[in-house]
Design a protein around this ligand. Structure first.
Ligand code: DC
Length: 212
């Protein structure tokens, strides 16, 4: 048996940082499923193929190596936008979801973060967290992150991008972003990552105690 922790939430909500922290604490493997959509988008972009070329996207989704996904290479903002477009294709989602389930199934446990983990990928996960924050707070965090890395950005442009991405991710027909009915909501607008981690730990420890 594998113990799965499903973490969903919108772009820049802090779910990735929280997922890595939880995985390290419990000794579980971690999969940022957003990277899988980004890897497909990048493969299409590198090959000069349109982002809505379904056959090419399916092939890319089957082919790339999950162990080789590199956050630094895939972090680029334009790749994130492209990934959000690739993610509307049902046939592509089917391939990636299957691969994500294989990752989740290996013992002792795994933390998966994304948009549809608690609702579609791992609906039976014993712990589901939905991490969110206001669009303004998420834009500000992303803005400071870019400045901190020596980059340049405009907060208003980032906010507009985040709102556009929310709109696409929450309103697509297949697997839209939404909390699972049994998800614990964590609004991190006014919470530090440490406070969010402690809240998550309380929830996870309770479930681990029940299942041991
Ligand atoms: O979390 P991220 O910014 O790396 O995700 C990039 C895009 O991939 C996101 O806008 C929507 C898509 N995605 C998805 O549809 N389902 C997931 N489980 C993860 C990401």
């Amino acid at each position: 048996m594998s113990f799965t922790i499903a973490i969903d939430g919108p772009a820049a909500s802090g779910k990735g940082t929280l997922a890595r922290r939880i995985a390290a604490h419990y000794g579980f493997r971690h999969l940022d499923t957003g990277l899988t959509y980004r890897a497909v988008a990048k493969a299409l972009m590198d090959a000069g193929q349109p982002l809505d070329d379904e056959a090419a996207a399916i092939e890319a989704a089957q082919r790339f190596d999950i162990a080789d996904m590199r956050r630094d290479v895939l972090a680029d903002h334009t790749i994130g936008e492209a990934a959000s477009k690739v993610a509307v294709m049902t046939a592509v989602r089917r391939v990636l979801v299957q691969r994500q389930r294989v990752f989740a199934a290996r013992p002792p446990g795994a933390v998966l973060d994304g948009r549809d983990i608690g609702t579609v990928v791992c609906p039976d996960a014993p712990v589901k967290l939905y991490v969110t924050a206001s669009a303004q707070v998420r834009a500000r965090r992303r803005f400071h992150e870019i400045l901190g890395n020596g980059g340049e950005a405009e907060e208003a442009v980032i906010l507009a991008d985040i709102e556009k991405r929310d709109e696409r991710d929450m309103n697509r027909a297949d697997s839209p972003l939404k909390p699972a009915e049994d998800a614990h909501l964590l609004d991190t607008s006014e919470m530090t990552i440490e406070a969010a981690f402690q809240a998550a730990r309380t929830i996870i420890d309770a479930r681990l105690n029940e299942s041991s």
